[in-house]
Design a protein around this ligand. Structure first.
Ligand code: PLP
Length: 374
């Protein structure tokens, strides 16, 4: 369903995506960059994100499901596409036909997949073996099992192609001892198997900002950094070069002056301390503006204003300094004049991370590309 008469819009700045990818390429001139576009490009819309990422030099994409990879193929994306999760065995023959690379999370998965693959297909299934070096999500943890998997792939070369080996960090955002331990474990496993593969990858955005000079791997899986947000939980000069990509704007839909003592919204939790102007905006928790953002700020006419009272499903109220006409823009994320509200500020207030804020914005909100590339 397409919403034409909704006053809220998510804007996606393609120039910013382009600059962020270029920036990571500048930090890692020797490496390939794969743009992570799972969950409809972290809620930004794959249609808005793929072309600027490609234009900036990304030469592959990562997604979570085979279905997401198929969306990209239908868009005409002909680069490598890697599915990061453990795909259902039922999906492997589609991946084989479409040339979609899959993650092998276990020996068992390889055996099961073999039963579903099509021996008459001219293409082999491209496989990336996941090594669990401490994330505890998917992947091989011991050397014997890993060697068994590689032998199995080599014994079935007519149907499997070992294309990559990778791991994923649990604490790259903190750059702690555990991160270094995982990295060491990855290097150790790779050295022990001594199997040449085309792609060796471990860096996410955080790791990409930590070690610009490490050339042990040859590819970066770039997610949140491409969307212009620092994943690091400490300040870093390297992260200050990122450009925010998403902004969210709505409009005042109703305005009134209320008397001192009047209450606002469900639960009547807000009582006006004096006579004041209250504007209503047609956006709510069903749009992904989380209910726990009650009391958070927005921007009207370049000034911060507070949300008052509970956020409802499709509407919320804000306190404004004076009368504004219906249709006046309200910024929830992004810049208005010299002021800005960042995804990190929203996430901190809601006690979550920018990833969850972005992916919570509902399909009801149109995504519109601006500052177009190509
Ligand atoms: C989501 C994901 C990434 C991207 O992480 P960012 O922190 O967004 O850069 C990389 N690798 C794997 C395996 C992932 O699941």
């Amino acid at each position: 369903m397409k919403f034409d008469f909704i006053p809220s819009t998510i804007y996606i700045n393609q120039q910013a995506i382009y600059q962020n990818v270029k920036y990571f390429q500048h930090l890692h001139p020797q490496k390939k960059i794969w743009a992570v576009v799972k969950a409809d490009a972290y809620g930004h819309g794959v249609h808005n994100v793929c072309s600027p990422a490609l234009a900036a030099g990304a030469n592959g994409f990562c997604v979570a499901y085979v279905d997401e990879a198929l969306v990209l193929r239908k868009m005409g994306v002909d680069t490598l596409i890697l599915v990061l999760g453990a795909s259902l065995p039922e999906s492997v023959s589609v991946a084989q036909k479409e040339g979609i690379s899959l993650t092998a999370p276990s020996f068992d998965w390889l055996q099961k997949s073999l039963k579903y693959l099509d021996p008459n297909c001219l293409k082999r299934l491209k496989v990336h073996i996941a090594l669990d070096t401490g994330m505890g999500r998917i992947g091989f943890t011991n050397l014997a099992e890993l060697k068994r998997a590689i032998n199995f792939i080599n014994q079935h070369q007519e149907i499997f192609e070992l294309e990559g080996l990778f791991t994923h960090f649990a604490t790259a955002d903190e750059n702690d001892v555990y991160y270094q331990h995982q990295e060491a474990k990855f290097k150790e496993l790779i050295a022990q198997i001594n199997e040449p593969v085309k792609y060796l990858h471990c860096e996410n955005s955080a790791a990409g900002l930590l070690e610009p000079e490490d050339n042990f791997t040859n590819t970066i899986r770039l997610g949140i950094g491409m969307y212009g947000v620092s994943p690091l939980n400490f300040s870093s000069d390297l992260a200050t070069h990122l450009h925010p990509v998403m902004s969210l704007k709505s409009k005042i839909s109703f305005i009134k002056k209320i008397k001192k003592g009047s209450k606002i919204s469900y639960g009547a939790t807000y009582t006006a301390p004096k006579d004041e102007w209250i504007a209503t905006v047609s956006i709510g928790y069903a749009d992904g503006w989380l209910r726990r953002l009650q009391g958070f700020k927005v921007l009207v006419d370049g000034q911060y204003c507070s949300n008052v009272g509970r956020i409802t499903m499709d509407q919320l109220m804000i306190k404004v300094p004076r009368h504004y006409p219906i249709g006046t823009p309200v910024t929830f994320l992004g810049k208005d004049g010299t002021q800005e509200i960042t995804a990190t500020e929203i996430a901190d207030y809601a006690q979550t991370i920018p990833y969850e804020i972005f992916t919570s914005f509902s399909k009801r909100l149109p995504r519109v590309a601006i500052n177009l590339i190509n």
